[in-house]
Structures are given as structure tokens and as C-alpha cells.
Design a protein around this ligand. Structure first.
Ligand SMILES: Nc1nc2c(ncn2[C@@H]2O[C@H](COP(=O)(O)OP(=O)(O)OP(=O)(O)O)[C@@H](O)[C@H]2O)c(=O)[nH]1
Ligand SMILES: [Mg+2]
Length: 447
């Protein structure tokens, strides 16, 4: 793919700030800068990577702003193309007018992620590194940040390239045995072939095992608070967040919708969900809320089933089960306990006084660790990587059956070829076009 147009965008978030950044990238970037910038020298004469003070003028020859402009000549730039960066004063109108001046001078407006896409297309970064840029921007915990940084440095890409190289070597060997049978290259030098394939499968499996942690790093562990109305679900959410996020009242059925907030427990990102209380209801609205509660429960990594110990045990309370994904919590420990709860094994807390809440947090972390959801390794794949690697693993599993059934080397080669393509998709070396859109559309414009 050759890129011929020159793109421009405002790379800083909308709104007022001290500085805004407008970027131009592509073959005409320097020419455009020459048209709109006036300073001691023309940008085309600037040394690369040096900042110069000057002024930007509109197509109508009107002064827009005093700016600092720097030129990054290809290929030593973020995109790998000629790239111009203009730092202007951070008003919405100023940056918009500078962008307009760029467009009038011949640039086209960039799509979301197009700068990073060009960096990928020009071979500056692989696809996992491009994705790391989004992860970096979105990171909410130290480990998520570290993971994104390591991925940006290419650690995941390196692991994938190693697997790919081994597959290529294996495939080359098998193809040679097909093409030159007279050379006496045995495709089934049985054990060595299997051992090499096993090693590849192990490496893929090890990466696949980081998928859950990758999801947690990027999205957080889904912890859903549920239970009967008035049990104190919303109070618990507020308590765990440390501020009054949700309305709490003694009216049953106060919360009608699911409410989601992120918290960080010891570096583990957690998506806490407060839900509509469960009860038989006449109201359509409330029943819709309860349906949402049930949907959230299906997607939960961990459920906090909360009950009011001051009230009788709700009918059908099936809370005492040894489900590792569920913690039963009896709330309102500051009030006397109803006889129904006598000898009932559960964590007792008070959202009012905070009693037991620390123990609950510890228990939540312990369960997350038990489920192997606590992110520990800085290499953690995302869902797209997982899909590619699963396909690769399936394709690697097939040759063993083929060999067991005495199928010929051609079959094995076909499977390995498929595995190779799937692994390559992770870093973007094959069928690039298809996957590009899904990756770069998640970016913001100007990145
Ligand atoms: N004494 C006492 N009261 C509490 C405690 N936790 C919550 N409450 C009270 O219990 C009532 C219900 O609390 P909420 O947090 O709104 O309960 P909920 O489970 O979200 O209720 P719904 O949204 O209606 O399902 C409110 O009046 C709270 O002040 C507690 O630990 N002790
Ligand atoms: Mg509530």
C-alpha cells in the first residue's frame, strides 16, 4: 500500500488547555508547512527535529496564532513520513483554524488512528505495538501501564516472531521433503518433527494463558453486587469507591439500572457494578432493571451476594454454596441480627460504619488470585491476539492426528501454513487490510 495523500489533525483532546498540537504527515507535509508558516526561515529549510518560533496564517492571509513548529523528516518520524508538528495556544478555535489552514493548503483530515496506522504501514512498528499505543493511553493501573509499555517496546511481537520463525523453519523442512523426495529428507523424522511442533504449541499455549489477565488489565475484573432490595448494595458500592456515587435510600427498589465504576484494589483494576435489587415487581421499569441485573450476573467474574442481616432471610436465599465466584456478605452488622441468620457462615460487614469492609476487599482480591485473574505478567494478550492464536493452535494440533493416521506431508504442510498465517496476523504480516480497520478504528483522531 502506498500512501500519497497528506493528512492533518488536532492531536490533543478538545477543550481548553495550555497547548494544543496539530500534526501533518505525508509527502506534502513540508510544502503545506511552508504555505501556512511565517518565521525567520521557511520550514523546508529547517533541520529535522528542531523547534522554531513563528506565526500561522490562514488562506485569507490572516494571522491565527504564534506557534512553535518542528519538522520531522522521513523516515525518522512517528509515522515514518515527513511529519510536521505545530504547537499552538490551546483554545478550541485556534487549533481548529490551524487545522483548517492545513486543509486549505492541501492536507486531508485524518481518520481515527491514521497516524499510527501509517507508522505500521511504513514498518516503524508492528501491529501489537500499535495496539499498545491504545493500551498506554487507556491504562488505569501501574501494571496496565507497564504491560502497555513492554508491548510497545515489542516484547509480545518478539515472542510472536520467534514462534513464526520456528513455524517457517518447520514448514520449509516439510516442503523440501515434498519437493525433493529424492534428497531423502524425511518429513516424519517422527519424533524431532513432533518435538518441534510441541515446542511451538507450548509457546502458543503460554501466550493464550495470559488472555484473561490481558482482559483484566484492559477492562478490569467484573465484580457484580446483587441481592434483595434494600440490602445495601448501593451503600456497598459507595463504600468501596470511597465516595457517594449512587443514591441510597430505605425505599425498596431505589436502584433501577446497573451502575458501573472502576476501582483499583492494590493495583488490580476492578469494574464494580451495582444492580437493581431482586424482588417480584409489578413495575415494567423495575422488571427491566432486574433483567439487566441478571444479564450482568452472567458476565460477572465475581459476584457479591449481599443480604440484610437485620431482616429475615429472603426466601430462596441460596447463598451458602461453595461457589468460588461468589462471596456472600451480610450487611448492617451494626444492627441486631435476625434469628434466620443464626450460625450462618458469611462475612459480616456494615456499610454504615465500615466494619468488615477491609476483610471484604481482601477476600475479593483472594478470589481474583484464585481464579488466576490477578495480572502478574507484563505480557498479556488482547482478544484479537487470542482469536489469532487459538486458530494457530488448532492448526498446529491437526498435524498430529494427520501423522497418526498416516496422512501425507502435504496435509501437514497445509495445516502449518494456516498456523503460520494466524500467527502472522497477530503482528500484522499477512492479510493486513482486513485487520487494520478493526485495530485503528479504536484510536482517536490525531494519534
Ligand atoms: N444500619 C445500617 N443501615 C444500612 C447499612 N447499609 C445500608 N443501610 C441502609 O439501608 C438502606 C438501603 O440501602 P441501599 O444501599 O440503598 O440498598 P440497596 O440494596 O441498594 O437497595 P435497592 O437499590 O433498593 O435495591 C438505606 O437506608 C441505607 O442507609 C448498614 O451497614 N447499617
Ligand atoms: Mg441500590
Amino acid at each position: 500500500m502506498t500512501v500519497t495523500d497528506t493528512i492533518a489533525a488536532i492531536s490533543t483532546p478538545p477543550g481548553e488547555g495550555a497547548i494544543a498540537l496539530v500534526r501533518i504527515s505525508g509527502p506534502s507535509a513540508i510544502e503545506i508547512a511552508d504555505k501556512i508558516f511565517r518565521g525567520k526561515e521557511q520550514p523546508s529549510r529547517f533541520a529535522s527535529h528542531v523547534q522554531h518560533l513563528g506565526e500561522i496564517f490562514s488562506a485569507e492571509n490572516q494571522l491565527i496564532d504564534q506557534v512553535v513548529l518542528s519538522m520531522h523528516r522521513a523516515p525518522a518520524s512517528y509515522t515514518g513520513e515527513d511529519l510536521v508538528e505545530i504547537s499552538c495556544h490551546g483554545g478550541t478555535l485556534v487549533s481548529a483554524k490551524i487545522l483548517e489552514a492545513c486543509l486549505r493548503a492541501g492536507a486531508t483530515a485524518a481518520r481515527p488512528g491514521e497516524f499510527t496506522e501509517r507508522a505500521f504501514l511504513n514498518g516503524k512498528i508492528d501491529l501489537t505495538q500499535a495496539e499498545a499505543v491504545i493500551d498506554l493511553i487507556r491504562a488505569r493501573t501501574d501494571l496496565a501501564l507497564r504491560s502497555a509499555t513492554e508491548q510497545l517496546e515489542g516484547r509480545l511481537g518478539d515472542r510472536i516472531r520467534k514462534i513464526r520463525d520456528e513455524l517457517v523453519a518447520l514448514l520449509a523442512h516439510i516442503n523440501a521433503s515434498i519437493d525433493f523426495p529424492e534428497e531423502g529428507i524425511e518429513p516424519n523424522e517422527g519424533e524431532t518433527l513432533c518435538a518441534r511442533l510441541d515446542s511451538i504449541r507450548e509457546q502458543i499455549t503460554a501466550l493464550l494463558a495470559t488472555a484473561d489477565q490481558g482482559r483484566v488489565l484492559r477492562e478490569g475484573v467484573r465484580v457484580v453486587i446483587y441481592g434483595a432490595t434494600n440490602a445495601g448494595k448501593s451503600s456497598l458500592l459507595n463504600r468501596l469507591l470511597g465516595y457517594d456515587r449512587v443514591i441510597v435510600s430505605d425505599t425498596h427498589g431505589t436502584t433501577r439500572d446497573t451502575i458501573e465504576e472502576m476501582v483499583n484494589f492494590e493495583g488490580v483494576p476492578i469494574r464494580l457494578l451495582d444492580t437493581a435489587g431482586l424482588r417480584a415487581s409489578e413495575s415494567d421499569l423495575e422488571r427491566e432493571g432486574i433483567a439487566r441485573t441478571e444479564k450482568s450476573l452472567q458476565l460477572a467474574d465475581l459476584r457479591l451476594h449481599i443480604a440484610d442481616r437485620n431482616a429475615p432471610k429472603p426466601a430462596h436465599f441460596n447463598g451458602q454454596a461453595d461457589d468460588p465466584n461468589e462471596i456472600v456478605v451480610l450487611n448492617k452488622s451494626d444492627l441486631p441480627e435476625d434469628n434466620d441468620w443464626k450460625d450462618f457462615q458469611a462475612l459480616r460487614i456494615s456499610c454504615m460504619t465500615g466494619h468488615g469492609v477491609l476483610e471484604l476487599q481482601r477476600e475479593i482480591l483472594a478470589r481474583i488470585r484464585q481464579q488466576n485473574l490477578r495480572p502478574e505478567s507484563p505480557i498479556a494478550i488482547n482478544t484479537r491476539h487470542r482469536d489469532c492464536l487459538r486458530r494457530a493452535l488448532e492448526a498446529c494440533d491437526r498435524p498430529q492426528t494427520a501423522m497418526g493416521e498416516g496422512l501425507s506431508a502435504e496435509y501437514v504442510a497445509l495445516d502449518l501454513d494456516e498456523a503460520l498465517r494466524s500467527v502472522g496476523e497477530v503482528i500484522g504480516v499477512v492479510d493486513v487490510e482486513q485487520i487494520l480497520d478493526s485495530v485503528f478504528s479504536q484510536f482517536c483522531i490525531g494519534k
